[in-house]
Design a protein around this ligand. Structure first.
Ligand code: NDP
Ligand code: MN
Length: 377
């Protein structure tokens, strides 16, 4: 017996943002990242649409990539002041993830961060506000998922928080918004989509429902990501990638993920490698590690794509997208050879404990995790 969980509404297609004009309520908080949504006019557009709906809005900006506990607490204070009945997150996965947890703290100000990182500890939300997610990257699918990833910057650990309560009420999947991403962000976040789809497809918790969405998303990434990266104005490619992202999200929010994500979460926390880039580098190694354990599934993907080896097809795709083949090749990576052993030891142990490890088709040991890190460096 299983549940397949989805947000109530997915508003998609060009200009889907306009549905904000018809929203009913009094006050909305808009949560966003650094500057991109302001710079490209989407934030002002959202404020205008809300005004048309008679809704007063307040902006909480400055959510950083890999959002911190501190940012989330600051957002909570502002929400307690303003008392919104809608929380609208507009931006990349970082802004969406941070807004989800600000929301949880706004609904339950007595909670501490330690309380909600425990499994099944999220109390009921929606007593004060409902939640709209508007993704500006075609990547994390936070607009659809029961996940949020918050970083404890002091201890350099990324915490995946999982609860059906934080699945947004409405997802607005408007391809005009991610169309402003520069090529490298399009490439990295697009490889996050591929990692979601592949990991969900071979997950031990996969179902007929998640399989259909995951397999279609894999096909769409191989066809449209190179086009979206080489020509950012290709609106067909942008729309296909945006939909593929949300579809992969529907798959993995239900089927969960695997050790690409366990390993990527820890290297993101320790060495600040962006999430999509870490996934892109790790994915071919993990496919090889998992191949025998999920052979039939991988063969379905290979047949669908018309390739002999999925791992090699991913390596070629990375090359086409100008993504480096190893962590060492990232020129700004900050670590010394003396630290390397310690860092890898720590990351391997932590990655082994990550919730995504539970549904990986091949059960890994800490040593296996370590070997994948060493190989992919
Ligand atoms: P981020 O939200 O971190 O954004 C990365 C960069 O892209 C920022 O500098 C941002 O700028 C810029 N940017 C975003 N959208 C646009 C745009 N349309 N045009 C131009 N620039 C843009 O990236 P991701 O979406 O990859 O999110 C990564 C985070 O999500 C990580 O913390 C990861 O762990 C988490 N994650 C969450 C999942 C979930 O299910 N909730 C699943 C997988 C990952 P600016 O700040 O100025 O807007
Ligand atoms: Mn991801």
């Amino acid at each position: 017996m299983s549940t397949f969980l989805l947000p109530r509404n997915i508003e998609f297609g060009e200009n889907a943002l306009e549905i904000l004009k018809g929203l009913e309520g009094e006050r909305a908080v808009l949560v966003t990242g650094g500057s991109s949504m302001k710079r490209f006019g989407f934030l002002d557009q959202a404020v205008d649409y809300l005004q048309e709906a008679g809704i007063e809005s307040k902006i909480i900006d400055g959510v950083e990539p890999n959002p911190s506990v501190k940012t989330v607490i600051k957002g909570k204070e502002e929400m307690l002041d303003f008392k919104p009945d809608w929380i609208i997150a507009i931006g990349g996965g970082s802004a969406l993830d941070a807004a989800k947890i600000m929301w949880a703290f706004y609904e339950h100000p007595e909670l501490e961060f330690e309380d909600i990182i425990k499994v099944a500890s999220m109390p009921k939300l929606r007593n004060k506000a409902k939640f709209i997610a508007i993704p500006s990257t075609s990547g994390t699918a936070s607009e659809i998922t029961a996940f949020s990833v918050i970083t404890d910057t002091e201890n350099k650990i990324k915490y995946p928080i999982v609860s059906p309560e934080i699945v947004p009420d409405i997802a607005i999947v408007d391809p005009k918004i991610p169309a402003t991403m520069p090529p490298h962000i399009t490439a990295n976040t697009g490889m996050d989509v591929l990692a979601h789809a592949v990991e969900a497809f071979v997950s031990t918790a996969a179902s007929d429902y998640s399989d259909a969405l995951a397999l279609k998303a894999i096909e769409m990434v191989f066809e449209y990501l190179p086009k979206a990266v080489s020509n950012g104005d290709d609106m067909v490619a942008r729309e296909k990638m945006h939909n593929a992202s949300t579809m992969a999200g529907m798959a993995f929010s239900n089927a969960s993920l695997g050790i690409v994500h366990s390993l990527a979460h820890k290297i993101g926390g320790e060495l600040h490698v962006t999430h999509g880039l870490a996934n892109a580098i790790l994915l071919p190694y993990v496919i090889e590690f998992n191949y025998e354990a999920a052979k039939e599934k991988f063969e379905v993907v290979e047949k669908t794509l018309g390739v002999d080896s999925l791992a090699d097809a991913v390596r070629n795709l990375n090359k086409t997208l100008d993504i480096v083949p190893s962590f060492k090749a990232i020129d700004w990576l900050d670590y010394t050879e003396e630290d390397f052993e310690n860092i890898v030891d720590r990351m391997s142990k932590n990655a082994h404990q990550d919730p995504c490890t539970l549904t990986n088709p091949q059960e890994p040991t800490v040593e296996d995790m370590k070997k994948i890190y060493v190989d992919s460096f």
